[in-house]
Design a protein around this ligand. Structure first.
Ligand SMILES: [Zn+2]
Length: 316
C-alpha cells in the first residue's frame, strides 16, 4: 500500500524549495517518518498551521523512496498553539521533540511507546484546559527524559545499585554506571546527590506526581542536572556507534506497480512506480538529505539544559 494513515506528532519542519517543507513526524505505528508537505508555506495552503512542530494530527501519507508525501492532515490536538505563548512550556516542548527525534534514530522503525510518551508529555505540559494548577514544565520535561531513555533501553536506577542490584537507596550516583551505585560498585568520580533528589528522580520515572510535586526547588534543580547528564551520556554513546553501522546497500526490493494513485501530471501511474526515481524526487532527496543531517547530541543536551533553566527560572 502506497497510501497510509497514521497519528503523528510533528517533531520538526524544514523549508525546502519555493513553498514546501520537509516534516519530521513521530507516528504511532510507523515510527519516525519524514515527509514533504507541498505548498505548505503558501498562505492558501490547505494544510495551514496543522503541520507546525508539536501538533498532534491524523495524517495521510503517500510512501516515497526516502521521503513520503503528506496528502491529508486532520488536527487531533493543537499543542503548538497551547505552548506558543508560554516560554518555559514552549522551550520544554521543543526539548521533548528533539529528544524524541534523537531517541528514534531509525526511520520507519515502529516506536509506539516513544510516541505515546511524547503525546503524554505534551498533554501534561499543556494541562487540561481549565485546570487550576498545571505541572511545572521542568518536571514534565525531566519525567519525559527519564521515561523515554528507559524505553530506548537506557533506564536509570535511582534506588537499587545499577551494577549489582543491591537494594538501595545508595549515596553515590554515576551516570556512566546507570544511576545509583552501592559503595562496592561506586566508580571514581561518582557524585553524591541528596537522597531527596534521588527520590524525586525515581518518582518522575515512575510517574508518582504526589511525591514529585512535594519536592523542593533545590532538589528539582539537582534532579534536572542529572536527567540532562543521563540523556547526554547516552546520546553521545549512541552516536559513537554510528560509524560501525553496516552501510552496505540492501538488495533492491521489487516495487509492485500501484495504479490506484494516479500521477497528477499525466493521470497515469506515478513515474517512480516504473522503478526509476522521478527526476523531481531524486533532486529533492539530494538537496534535502544534505540539509537534514542530525544535530550533534551535545546540542540536544544543551537545549534540554537551557529549557530546564528557563522552566526553573519561571518557577523561581
Ligand atoms: Zn553494587
Amino acid at each position: 500500500m502506497k497510501l497510509y494513515r497514521d497519528e503523528a506528532v510533528v517533531l520538526r519542519t524544514q523549508k525546502i524549495g519555493e513553498a514546501d517543507r520537509v516534516i519530521t513526524l513521530l507516528t504511532r505505528t510507523n515510527g519516525r517518518v519524514r515527509a514533504v508537505a507541498k505548498g505548505v508555506r503558501r498562505t492558501s495552503s490547505r494544510f495551514g498551521g496543522r503541520l507546525e512542530p508539536c501538533m498532534l494530527a491524523d495524517v495521510q501519507l503517500h510512501r516515497g523512496r526516502s521521503l513520503d508525501v503528506v496528502t491529508q492532515v486532520v488536527t487531533l490536538a493543537p499543542y503548538a498553539r497551547a505552548v506558543a505563548d508560554d516560554y518555559p512550556r514552549y522551550t520544554a516542548a521543543a526539548a521533548m521533540l528533539e529528544t524524541a527525534e534523537r531517541l528514534t534514530p531509525e526511520e520507519r522503525e515502529p516506536a509506539t511507546q516513544q510516541f505515546l510518551l511524547l503525546v503524554g508529555g505534551l498533554r501534561a505540559l499543556v494541562g487540561p484546559p481549565h485546570a487550576p494548577v498545571r505541572r511545572p514544565a521542568g518536571l514534565v520535561l525531566d519525567a519525559f527524559i527519564l521515561r523515554s531513555t528507559a524505553v530506548a533501553g537506557w533506564g536509570a536506577s535511582f534506588d537499587a545499585c545499577a551494577r549489582c542490584g543491591a537494594p538501595g537507596p545508595h549515596r553515590a550516583f554515576a551516570v556512566a554506571a546507570g544511576g545509583s551505585v552501592c559503595s562496592s560498585c561506586r566508580p571514581p568520580g561518582a557524585s553524591a546527590p541528596s537522597p531527596a533528589t534521588l527520590q524525586l528522580l525515581g518518582a518522575l520515572l515512575a510517574g508518582d506526581w504526589d511525591v514529585a510535586l512535594a519536592s523542593t526547588e533545590r532538589d528539582r534543580r539537582e534532579a534536572s542536572g542529572l536527567a540532562a547528564a543521563h540523556l547526554q551520556w547516552h546520546l553521545e554513546r549512541g552516536v559513537r556507534s554510528l560509524p560501525f553501522v553496516d552501510r552496505t546497500p540492501e538488495a533492491p526490493v521489487a516495487d509492485v506497480p500501484d495504479t490506484d494513485v494516479p500521477d497528477h501530471r499525466t493521470g497515469g501511474p506515478r513515474p517512480d512506480d516504473a522503478g526509476e526515481p522521478a527526476p523531481e524526487e531524486a533532486l529533492l532527496d539530494a538537496e534535502v538529505l544534505e540539509q537534514l543531517a542530525p544535530e550533534p547530541p551535545a546540542r540536544t543536551a544543551e537545549r534540554v539544559r537551557s529549557a530546564q533553566a528557563v522552566a526553573a527560572g519561571a518557577r523561581a
